[in-house]
Design a protein around this ligand. Structure first.
Ligand code: HEC
Ligand code: HEC
Length: 347
């Protein structure tokens, strides 16, 4: 534009009768008329000026040597934050009230409550669990992956809740507990027998290829005599004692020969802390819902009832009727007395 822009005399334009500005293009054939800005535009412009001045008076605006002008409304970022926070807390309390009174069944069937629980559980997981299980709950050596459907102790929500509440080999008296013997260290098996049983264990997930059939057969006998009581006849694991499935090629401590040798020679005993005194009951329940939501969550046995031993299925079926009673079994006096005390701090 500037290239071919010339200055000409200001004059009255013959066609419109308006004065020109004295700017012209294309050798004077195109001239600019000096029309005033449209009235509506000027009015809007004036309004914005008035608005801006009003804003400076009412709200904090200009920097000064000692900080900034405060504004007559007393508005601050901190106040706004506090108000927003109060609103969020109030809204959370509405959900928390509903959440507190709801059974897991009700939570699962209420999309709003469910979303609330998963969000709360995700946050609590980052704070309390990610150090051991990883921020995506993917686990690591000795720390189970919580996203898959391979469970040591069980993946329905009540079972997860129980695991979180009391822990595994924790200091709580109601902890889940079991201990695989250290077959090598305690001289229960000779190194040769350990190698045989490893060949058998590996054949469960990797087939018979490469290994000697006799060694595997001998290992099968060692397994039946020493391992099946916990890991099951065909190595599928046993949740009552937290014994891992050895046939699915998912390993807590590694599936190569040396790792399995280590697991059998010097048995592991993974420890998961109890959360009952450290987190309130709502948070533990949110965590249970969150872990259950990660992908491996299983239906409560009462609904499905498949491959659950009879003595397990019976008390679980009574659960909906006695939702507030957390432990169906009441045989140990100590844990029976203990129960109400634990519920109180959660209120
Ligand atoms: C100090 C480390 C540690 C922390 C912290 C921890 N865990 Fe664990 N968790 C473990 C270990 C180890 C196991 C496996 C125990 C075993 O070998 O049986 C485990 C097992 C579990 C299981 C059982 C998995 C199954 O297959 O049955 C669940 C569920 C679980 N953790 C959830 C959580 C949640 C939720 C949190 C946070 C509130 C948490 N863990 C915090 C170490 C930890
Ligand atoms: C008293 C019950 C019990 C007996 C008997 C037992 N185990 Fe275990 N085994 C367990 C438990 C429980 C774990 C899980 C330990 C943990 O979570 O820290 C385990 C873990 C393992 C692991 C590690 C699995 C993995 O995913 O890394 C291997 C391998 C194993 N056992 C093999 C054997 C073999 C082989 C025998 C027989 C020689 C045997 N176990 C006997 C209870 C038992």
């Amino acid at each position: 534009m500037t290239d071919d822009h010339n200055k000409t005399e200001k004059k009255i334009d013959a066609v419109s009768g308006v004065q020109t500005t004295g700017h012209s293009w294309d050798n004077g054939s195109l001239e600019e008329l000096n029309n005033p800005a449209p009235r509506w535009w000027v009015i809007v412009w004036l309004i914005t000026i008035v608005w801006a001045i009003g804003y400076w008076v009412v709200y904090p605006a200009w920097p000064t040597l000692s900080g900034n002008t405060k504004g007559t409304a007393g508005w601050t970022e901190y106040k706004k934050l506090a108000e927003d926070q109060a609103e969020i807390t109030a809204r959370q309390n509405v959900y928390l009230g509903r959440f507190e009174g709801a059974s897991f069944d009700q939570i699962m069937n209420d999309p709003e409550l469910y979303a609330f629980a998963v969000a709360g559980g995700r946050a609590a997981f980052k704070d309390n669990c990610a150090t051991c299980h990883g921020s995506g709950a993917e686990g690591g050596k000795g720390y189970p992956n919580l996203n898959d459907d391979d469970w040591l102790w069980g993946g329905d929500i009540e079972t997860i809740y129980q695991t979180l509440k009391y822990g595994i080999r924790s200091e709580h008296e109601d902890t889940r507990i079991s201990q695989m013997p250290s077959f090598g260290k305690d001289g229960l098996l000779q190194p040769e027998e350990i190698n045989q049983v490893i060949a058998f264990v590996q054949s469960l997930s990797q087939g018979h290829e490469g290994a000697h059939a006799e060694e595997i057969d001998a290992g099968a006998q060692v397994f039946a005599d020493n391992c099946a009581a916990c890991h099951g006849d065909n190595g599928k694991g046993m949740r009552e004692v937290g014994a891992p499935n050895l046939s699915d090629n998912i390993w807590l401590y590694g599936g190569d020969h040396d790792s399995i040798y280590e697991s059998v020679f010097n048995a592991h005993a993974g420890v998961m802390p109890a959360w009952v005194g450290r987190l309130d009951n709502n948070t533990i329940r949110e965590l249970a819902v969150y872990v259950h939501s990660l992908g491996g969550g299983e239906a409560t046995p009462a609904a499905e009832g498949d491959d659950q031993p009879m003595e397990e299925a019976a008390p679980v079926e009574e659960m909906p009727a006695q939702e507030t009673v957390k432990e169906p079994e009441n045989d140990g006096e100590t844990s029976g007395n203990n129960e109400p005390e634990q519920e109180q701090p959660a209120e």
